[in-house]
Write a new protein. Structure first.
Length: 500
């Protein structure tokens, strides 16, 4: 497997980047999982989740679970995992979110643990999708879980996993060994896949090159809808962008359909908000911003920014647009900038190495910028991304309302949504949330880029998930050249008229 970024840690307590989390779950799955086609949380290591009262829940483990070192999975391991995250000395970046939810996690008996909450929370089943570690191994500095693979070695640019023969949540992995390598250069990754020296990558090939790569004889491509949103963020406290009419004009001026066709080859689905259309809480009846240049221009006139000398002359105003140095992301940013220029907004596109770019975004040092979310599995992400308490400041740059959006009605709704236990009532709450955010347009939801896996043709059995997790990696098989040749010869003898 080849990745485009350096790995930091596969210990679930410290796995922050998308790839860190994906690999950590192969090693250490959670009590629940959201690795499903509909993103609904399901029990995983847990056999049952039982409500005692609004703030006390008990989780019972499935019987006979073993860690990859052969030791049994116990309630003590579960309590240790969560308690260590809550401990200040652990320095886990999950401590803040865990601390807001969990008052205590305690052992009831060898196979049952009790979660004591600060207040009722409807997201608990999703929250428990967090990798459980062997307490004994973790205290010895090792990462040992009960997943389909075990960690053999870790370095930032090379991780080796081996098949966990003790795995009991499903069939044992079909492949014995997985080597994960960081290859930063996109052309090098492509050459490795096309040349056969790499077997697999996911969402690490430029979308505009997929059609070309798919024509190579050594590789196959699998794609599917995604729960990851690509969006244009706008600093809502900027003097220009604080006016909702300006933000709506920007949304209307972007011909998203044309960009998806031209730059993505159709491999993206237009978005109306955070949630993808297949999500259980998705609400499609919201204000939409179909491409409409005339309406966009009229909104700018209404906001007090008339075109000083007609189309093609002096701009109404000028803004900066920051993006990463990725050639593809930069190309998309330039298309958006060109489309905004058609309504009289001059855009200065600036690209930076990702670390520099992301640091500026977190500090609020931007006007326009484009990024992607993590996989949106829970509607509670509307709290994460839009509640006013999640606006970054000097003391906490790791929260996600980086557009500095404030709406008291929205705050109250997302607070209610996270404590409302009835699913139908939650769906109604988040329908209203989606309508408010769409009307205020603090960000422009652009599209959900399809997940794309590129594989050597000798690799079979992999199915994509909307959250781009790698749970189905345990189902992969790799056919050796010798076996493949024998199979091909057999097919040719028995079916001489078959097409290749």
């Amino acid at each position: 497997m080849v990745l485009e970024t350096t790995l930091r840690d596969v210990d679930p307590r410290f796995a922050i980047t998308n790839y860190d989390v994906k690999l950590s779950r192969l090693i250490a799955p959670g009590l629940t999982t959201v690795d499903s086609e509909d993103l609904e949380p399901r029990l995983h290591l847990a056999e049952s989740l039982r409500r005692i009262d609004d703030t006390h829940w008990r989780v019972r483990l499935k019987p006979g679970l073993l860690f990859s070192d052969g030791t049994p999975v116990s309630a003590s391991d579960v309590a240790f995992t969560y308690t260590s995250v809550l401990a200040e000395e652990t320095k886990s970046l999950y401590r803040k979110s865990f601390g807001e939810r969990f008052s205590e996690v305690r052992v009831v008996d060898a196979n049952e643990v009790e979660f004591v909450l600060h207040s009722p929370i409807a997201t608990l089943q999703s929250d428990l999708d967090f990798g459980i570690l062997s307490e004994k191994a973790a205290l010895a500095g090792k990462v040992v879980g009960a997943g389909p693979f075990a960690l053999k070695s870790f370095a930032p640019e090379r991780v080796e996993l081996t098949r966990n023969t003790q795995y009991s949540l499903g069939p044992v992995a079909k492949i014995e060994r997985v080597v994960v390598r960081t290859v930063r250069d996109g052309n090098a990754r492509n050459l490795m896949l096309v040349g056969g020296s790499a077997d697999f990558t996911q969402n690490a090939v430029r979308v505009d090159l997929v059609d070309f790569i798919e024509r190579r004889k050594r590789v196959s491509v699998v794609s599917g809808e995604s729960a990851i949103l690509t969006y244009l963020m706008m600093h809502n406290e900027d003097p220009l962008l604080s006016d909702v009419r300006v933000r709506r004009a920007i949304a209307l001026a972007i011909d998203r359909k044309r960009i998806v066709e031209a730059k993505y080859g159709g491999r993206a689905t237009l978005a109306t908000g955070l949630l993808p259309r297949f999500h259980w809480a998705y609400e499609g009846d919201v204000p939409r911003y179909e491409f409409d240049r005339e309406r966009a221009a009229a909104l700018l006139d209404e906001a007090g920014y008339p075109d000083p000398d007609g189309p093609g002359g002096e701009p109404r105003f000028r803004v900066s647009y920051k993006t990463s140095a990725s050639q593809f992301r930069l190309a998309v940013a330039r298309v958006i900038a060109a489309q905004l220029s058609e309504i009289g907004i001059a855009v200065d596109v600036q690209s930076f190495e990702f670390g520099t770019f992301f640091a500026d975004v977190k500090k609020g040092n931007y006007q326009l910028a484009s990024m992607q979310t993590s996989a949106i599995s829970e509607p509670d992400f509307y709290y994460t991304y839009f509640h006013s308490s999640r606006i970054p400041d000097a003391d906490n740059l790791h929260v996600h309302n980086r557009w500095h959006y404030r709406n008291a009605t929205l705050d109250a709704l997302v607070e209610r949504g996270r404590i409302t236990m009835d699913r139908d009532a939650r769906k109604d709450i988040y329908a209203e949330v989606q309508r408010i955010v769409a009307a205020d347009v603090p960000i422009v939801p652009l599209w959900h880029e399809h997940n794309i896996a590129v594989m050597n043709r000798s690799v079979t059995g992999y199915a994509l998930l909307p959250n781009a997790r790698l749970a189905n990696f345990a189902s992969i098989e790799k056919t050796s050249k010798k076996t493949k040749a024998a199979t091909t010869n057999s097919v040719e003898k028995t079916t001489p008229t078959a097409k290749p």
